[in-house]
Design a protein around this ligand. Sequence first.
Ligand SMILES: *[C@@H]1O[C@H](CO)[C@@H](O)[C@H](O)[C@H]1NC(C)=O
Ligand SMILES: *[C@@H]1O[C@H](CO)[C@@H](O)[C@H](O)[C@H]1NC(C)=O
Length: 490
Amino acid sequence: MGYCRLSPSSEPKSKLRQRFKVDRPISPPEKNDKITITIHLTPFNRAALVLSIISIQIIVHLYLSTLYFSAGDGFLPLIPASSVSTSCKEGLVYVYDLPKSFNTDLLRGRDALDNRFMIEETYSNDGFGPQVSSDFASIIPSRFLSAWYATDQFAAEQIFHRRMLYHPCRTFDPTIATAFYVPFYVGLAVDRHLWNLAATPEQRDQDCSHLLRWLQDQPPFRRSNGWDHFLTISRITWNFRRHPGESWGSSFLVMPEMQNVTRFIIERSPWDNMDVAIPYPTSFHPHSAMQLQDWQNFVLEQDRRTLFGFAGAARPKIRGDFRSLINRSCEEAGSACRSVDCSDIKCLHGSADTLELFLDSDFCLQPKGDSPTRRSVFDCMIAGAVPVFFWRETTRGQHSWFFPKEGEEDEWSVFIDRKKVRRGIVNVRKVLEGIGEEKLRKMRERVVDMIPWLIYAAGARGLGEGMEDAFDIALKGIFARFKEQQKRWR
Ligand SMILES: *[C@@H]1O[C@H](CO)[C@@H](O)[C@H](O)[C@H]1NC(C)=O
Ligand SMILES: *[C@@H]1O[C@H](CO)[C@@H](O)[C@H](O)[C@H]1NC(C)=O
């Protein structure tokens, strides 16, 4: 990607860094500890000293004033467009300055409906959630602790928004932009009413309708009919496709004004090409390319004592529940398999237990959840374990921008026909044991190579050193896609 990178000294202090707290307050000095330092200077030296201090101040002031100006909402310092001009060959992105009621206000809660469980803490640290430490310290070396957060799987809206604001190819001039980002936190907006059975269709669509009305007043949107516009959606696509007469979710993605707008979404509809699937946010957010490479080596060389692991919640009340069957396969495998029961909320934000399991397992079983895709696939792969799928839909037609070519799944995953497992013709343990050391090592290397594109870096400008993460791949893909789509409206 055509980065125009700034020198490290120009890195604005990120919110993350400012949040670090000192464990123990520094005790104030006692009164009689006062120390006086006297320096004797000649008048000439004194004048020279004063002059150099003044000139340093002037230089620093000029430097900073070219770099920052206020974002207006106190959210983040911004990079002026003038610093981007040269090497953003693939395109320039314009970020709409939406009324806060469409994004950050949704994190604070607007009315009684926003009384959701600890929402501010869940999405603190610009979406990553609180940093973990104590319960991870026994599982991973301390040099990796700073990269782990209690991240909610639905945090993509904030994660993408921050990266867009800081992007070196961001422009403030809509007339030269190639892509327009709409930072609407639609997942959070729709979530307000998602589980409320009494909510009317109008209530479920209220924020979405307001947003589209706002957008239709924007000249760039009217010019392209939305073809060069995109946004991020934190929840799976099925929560935004309510058709007349149905009661679940919002109808945002079937509204006419959305038909030309591209959406980054954690699970896409296979029948809608405007949905582009992005990796589920996991809890791993490395701060640098070096920390990530260190992690890749660590998980590759990790000594694994369990053949396969399963983290999930069986649904024993559902007859023929496949996850219960998987759980039984695990129990029958004895010491070759371990499971982590996620039926309470324990696994919600990526627990230490699941990380420990995946670091210790060669393979992880990935039956589909309530929908075809699962965050657990990503939790498993970033720990360097090989995923085992039972449904083609879990991978096919989903995260194709971030995974190797379709048809190459055998190089980094195992597919087992669930019907044969049900009928008892195939035994999961025997299949996995039959793969052999050499093939397993190759698959694990492939999985570990894939990690950078499956994660969201902690830094507001990504991993650095030219290393791309999932966000970089997504934005690069958008520029290519919009170039291609220009034929349709220009
Ligand atoms: C989508 O784009 C096509 C082609 O530019 C246009 O005819 C159509 O009206 C657009 N749809 C909406 C809802 O703007
Ligand atoms: C698997 O089954 C056992 C015994 O029925 C149960 O204790 C355990 O919680 C189950 N594990 C999962 C992951 O559902």
